[in-house]
Design a binder for this molecule. Structure first.
Ligand code: FMN
Length: 315
């Protein structure tokens, strides 16, 4: 099941999602990381960060809210410990980078992009833009473009740069197009949706940070819609799809909508073997539906249906 994604040929189409398995070490006892398409690391920033105050997780009926706030050891520690570990294991690393300014993204790209074992960079533009007083880069096409253009310029040409988009925008196609025009080689979508839970006993917001990012099965239809819209508008742009994937059939929905590969995030908390299980289930689902190759299924829901089925007439 090889999966071409931008200029790299991933040997498998399922990846981890950023932030849900750190740099892969926690998953190692449960699955063979080399069997995955790649490990997408937790977004790294230049300096170590402790993240936002607790409580910073809340359950919802079909998903979870998190306001971790990009906790992490910073890029120096990542390069000293995490990347070498992934390399030794033989796992491919898609490194997620995040910053509060265009310069921070650029500096990260310069530090990380050329390192051995970096399969691609995923640029998390869904965090607040300090330069614009808290606005999120991914919510503004011009701000998103300036980050992607700075990262693309400082990353070796052989390393694809993926822009990670937020669904919390009026027109995701507009942001996607701005990123691609600025040099992004592909798009990752979706990041979490901004949500909020109020504790009806304490009468206060459940998260110390008040709002958080919603992920899990609840967001899957939003992810399928975003992938569909962007695939329809930009059919040649590679897409890494994610959002609420728990089973092979969930992944298949994203693939049929136009995802060239799929990341599994929240499902991993409940089942650490989920990324590999999803990959096995996806392979079976494709075979059952007569797809000879994984790539034949990518975007297949956009193709013209045979006339009788399109009209809703039973065959
Ligand atoms: C606890 C948690 C932490 C996350 N941290 C990051 C992060 O550091 N960078 C990022 O780009 N996305 C982060 N995400 C978003 C996921 O990568 C993914 O885009 C989103 O959760 C949707 O996929 P899912 O429903 O399979 O989790 C995080 C999600 C969760 C649940």
């Amino acid at each position: 099941m090889t999966a071409p994604l931008a200029s790299v040929d991933l040997p498998a189409p399922v990846l981890t999602a950023s932030g849900c398995a750190a740099a892969g070490r926690e998953l190692d006892p449960f699955l063979d990381l080399t069997e995955l398409g790649a490990v997408v690391t937790k977004s790294i920033m230049l300096e170590p960060r402790s993240g936002r105050a607790t409580p910073r997780m809340a359950e919802t009926p079909s998903g979870m809210l998190n306001s971790i706030g990009l906790q992490g050891p910073g890029v120096a520690s990542f390069l000293a410990h995490d990347l070498p570990w992934l390399r030794e294991r033989g796992a491919r690393a898609v490194v997620s980078v995040a910053g509060g300014s265009v310069d921070e993204y650029a500096a990260l790209a310069e530090r990380v992009g050329g390192e051995e074992g970096v399969t691609a960079l995923e640029v998390n533009i869904s965090c607040p833009n300090v330069e614009s007083r808290g606005q999120v880069f991914a919510c503004d096409p011009a701000a998103a473009a300036s980050v992607l253009s700075a990262v693309r310029r400082r990353t070796p040409a052989r390393v694809p740069v993926l822009a990670k988009l937020s669904p919390d925008v009026t027109d995701i196609v507009e942001v996607a197009r701005a990123c691609v025009d600025a040099g992004a080689d592909g798009l990752s979508m979706i990041n979490t949706l901004l949500g909020m839970v109020i504790d009806t006993d304490t009468l206060r917001p459940a998260l110390a940070g008040v709002t958080g990012g919603l992920s899990g099965p609840a967001v899957r239809p939003v992810a399928v819609r975003c992938v569909w819209q962007v695939r329809a508008a930009l059919p040649d742009v590679p897409i890494l799809g994610m959002g609420g994937v728990r089973t092979g059939l969930d992944a298949l929905q994203l693939v049929l909508a136009g995802a060239d590969a799929v990341s599994v995030g929240t499902a991993t908390f409940n089942d650490p073997s989920a990324p590999l299980r999803v990959q096995r289930e996806l392979r079976q689902a494709l075979a059952e539906r007569g797809f000879a190759r994984f790539t034949d299924a990518v975007g297949a829901a956009h193709h013209q249906l045979p006339r009788r089925r399109a009209e809703g007439v039973p065959a």
